[in-house]
Design a protein around this ligand. Structure first.
Ligand code: SF4
Length: 488
């Protein structure tokens, strides 16, 4: 038997915060090591393709800089002095600090802070169970999806759209606000199939000449935050030049005449001064989508990166309603399928223990929260203890000087559960090593497709045995998955 024939393949899902949620085939070299990671051919959305970074995931899983032991700060905050600890001692310290904080200020002084470092439902959302049980402050996730989802919901009313595999049946695919070549390769798989098989045009709208733009038949580079102006001018042209599907608008939309009136002054000339595009580019785009009924608008999270993102998303999502593209297979608009999954997470999140009186603190306001801004604390106590999972706010949250200043407070105790020594972990009091997705069980739902994929544990975490629970009586060494569930 040759080497290739012996290769075992494990099945999983990509855990990254990426709408593709690729189904994976992982080369298992032994019980501890993986080789290349491939896209699952049998999954009709993944279609055998994954992005380059996940194909080389072995580099991350087996990276020498992975955290291996619990660490307790030994020097001043943020200065890098650490001593290794047993799990038992580290977890006892965290529990003691949380209890002491709670006794001084009440339970809302503890703020579990987490996001989408893994999209596994168990490892991402299980922390909610702890916070509900203990009545710790809630976490309102506002950085990534909120503006885009709000804008989408204002128009479509539900977080769903035509099956993204329908892009392969489109005559025009508009990739707007997402650099799909780099961040969700499957969009390109289906869009380029439409181009090859049907001669479909690919339009890319973004704020810089990115890798996806280079694949476009028509690329529109506009100024940040001006998408709504472009969308309004496109709809102006659609009404003006007879491309609006008035029968569809009358049947399925609430105020088509009001919209037309509103758009009367939103000319291409008006939009050109705002967007930086030429009048000709705007007219060309409008005529293309107006004459191509099977146009699929793939609207990405770029809309969430500006303060006016909700109105921009709303405007862009309305174009497909004006053309009536929704009626045709391969046409319509899509942002996320997150609304189609009706999984009951009550047990996972401990919602029966939820106290609605407990405050929610804003994800993106962590800087003001940690530096005591009263409006961000909603009249409640200061935050004096945190458990951080699956996110790195010292790098990704706004107002980073405030964030860092907050983490350096002597009266703040911070525990970070991480895979590597991130900039946030460097500011912590206790750092706990976390498993990676191939080292624990989880389940994933696809925001950019409609699959639910199981990601079972495929390999052992490095260095010794894993604890069976992340409890006060955990093993002396090893690892904890994000919820403290068994990783063995
Ligand atoms: S394209 Fe997205 S979901 Fe697919 S492997 Fe890459 S990061 Fe993961």
């Amino acid at each position: 038997m040759n080497q290739h024939a012996k290769l075992r393949i494990g099945h999983s899902a990509c855990p990254h915060d990426c709408p593709s949620t690729c189904a994976l085939e992982v080369e298992l070299l032994d019980n501890n090591r993986i080789g290349r990671v491939h896209g699952a051919k049998a999954n009709s959305y993944t279609a055998g393709v994954v992005c380059a970074k996940v194909a080389r995931y072995a580099d991350r899983v087996h990276h020498p800089d992975r955290l291996l032991k619990p660490l307790v700060r030994s020097g001043s905050k943020g200065e890098g002095g650490w001593k290794e600890s047993s799990w038992e001692a580290a977890l006892d310290l965290v529990a003691e600090k949380f209890i002491a904080a709670e006794e001084t200020y009440g339970s809302e002084t503890v703020w579990p802070y987490f996001y989408a470092g893994t999209m596994g439902l168990v490892q991402r959302d299980g922390i909610e169970r702890l916070r509900h049980a203990k009545k710790y402050s809630g976490f309102f996730g506002s950085i990534c999806t909120n503006l885009a989802w709000t804008g989408w919901m204002m128009g479509a009313g539900a977080l769903r759209g035509p099956d993204p595999r329908e892009m392969a049946k489109s005559d025009c695919v508009v990739i707007w606000g997402t650099n799909a070549v780099v961040t969700q390769v499957n969009v390109m798989t289906h869009a380029t199939r439409a181009r090859k098989e049907r001669g479909a045009r690919i339009v890319v709208v973004d704020i810089y000449d990115n890798a996806t733009m280079k694949q476009a038949d028509l690329g529109l580079v506009l100024k940040p935050g001006t998408d709504g102006a472009l969308a309004c001018a496109v709809m102006h042209v659609l009404f003006r030049d007879g491309f609006a599907d008035r029968a569809y608008l009358e049947k399925y939309t609430d105020d088509p005449r009001g919209l037309e009136e509103h758009l009367r002054t939103r000319t291409p000339e008006w939009a050109a001064t705002i967007t930086g595009l030429t009048v000709s580019e705007i007219e060309t785009f409008a005529h293309l989508v107006g004459t191509t009924k099977k146009t699929y608008f793939r609207l990405g999270y770029g809309f969430a990166r500006q303060r006016n993102g909700s109105v921009n998303m709303h405007a862009a999502s309305c174009i497909a309603a004006v053309t009536g593209a929704w009626q045709y297979e391969g046409g319509g608009a899509f942002h996320s399928n997150s609304g189609i999954f009706k999984l009951n997470q009550d047990v996972l999140e401990g919602t029966a223990m939820r106290d609605p009186k407990v405050r929610y603190l804003d994800h993106s306001r962590i800087g003001p929260v940690l530096t005591g801004a009263e409006d961000s604390l909603y009249g409640g106590p200061p935050v004096t203890a945190m458990l951080i999972q699956n996110t790195n706010p010292a790098n990704v949250a706004p107002e980073q000087r405030l964030v860092r200043k907050g983490f350096l407070r002597e009266d703040l105790f911070t525990c970070v559960h991480e895979q590597f020594m991130t900039d946030t972990a460097k500011l912590a009091d206790v750092v706990l090593p976390a498993t990676m997705f191939l080292e624990h069980d989880d389940i994933y739902k696809g925001g950019g497709n409609q699959h639910i994929t199981l990601g079972p544990k495929l390999i052992e975490p490095p260095e010794g045995r894993a604890p069976t629970t992340m409890s006060m009586r955990s093993s002396e060494s090893g690892w904890a998955s994000a919820t403290g569930r068994a990783s063995a």
